[in-house]
Design a protein around this ligand. Structure first.
Ligand SMILES: C[S@@+](CC[C@H](N)C(=O)[O-])C[C@H]1O[C@@H](n2cnc3c(N)ncnc32)[C@H](O)[C@@H]1O
Length: 212
């Protein structure tokens, strides 16, 4: 091993390489100009490194409930020499209160279908607690619409990969996700079709009701 790369434990997910730029192009438009962005389920760390490099005025907080993945996230931050990314923290959305008490925006990629439904409920509850009024939660992944898969490949993925691995996992119905978000004061502001039959959903926390 050559000197200098002894700490390079970066993991690379091919899907993250493919989708990081299309997702960034949405985030460049919907994230605030400055402030703190919490990423939930940072995985390898490829996304947060890509986003932080392109959006230097924002500060990013990566998180990953599996602590064994923190080394890869930290290695991506180090490799890209990013000064606007905090060290990764452990965050399981099911465990309230979250270790981050306030964030200006939240990004959550490929988590909703690879976790039990209770995680989506907890995501919406937790996000509503830490976002300011108008704050954005952006989720990315495959969704059913009106109870139907949007492609044969998503149906196959749902049945033969997700449900086979864990019957509590699955491609969710977008309308159900919207409903649980709404219950927590998060309005579905945009539904954006993405490559490979995925969607980015942009939720915005509504302003608190002001009595006349
Ligand atoms: C397929 S990985 C996606 C990783 C990365 N965002 C990506 O797209 O490459 C699924 C992610 O869901 C996260 N996840 C599952 N259940 C969770 C929970 N209860 N709280 C927080 N994250 C959760 C996992 O830790 C993992 O990071």
């Amino acid at each position: 091993m050559s000197e200098g790369n002894w700490m390079d434990v970066r993991e690379t997910a091919p899907s993250a390489e493919r989708n990081k730029q299309p997702i960034l192009e949405v985030l460049q438009r919907v994230l605030p100009a400055s402030g703190l962005v919490l990423e939930i389920g940072s995985g390898t760390g490829q996304h947060v490194a890509h986003f932080a490099k392109a959006l230097p005025k924002l500060t990013f907080q990566p998180s990953e409930m599996e602590a064994t993945r923190h080394a890869s996230i930290a290695a991506w931050i180090a490799h890209e020499q990013l000064v606007n990314v905090r060290p990764p923290i452990a965050l399981d959305v099911m465990r309230l209160p979250w270790p981050v008490r306030a964030a200006d925006a939240i990004v959550c990629i490929n988590v909703i279908h690879i976790s039990p439904w209770g995680a989506t409920v907890a995501l919406m509850e937790g996000a509503a607690k830490i976002l300011p009024p108008g704050g954005v939660l952006a989720t990315y992944g495959p969704y059913q619409r009106d109870g139907k898969h949007t492609s044969p490949s998503n149906e196959e993925f749902h049945k033969n990969f997700l449900q086979a691995r864990d019957p509590r996992w699955g491609v969710r119905n977008m309308e159900e996700v919207e409903k649980v978000a709404k219950r927590n004061g998060l309005d579905l502001a945009e539904v954006l079709a993405m490559p490979a039959n995925n969607f980015t959903l942009v939720f915005r926390r509504g302003s608190p009701h002001v009595a006349d």
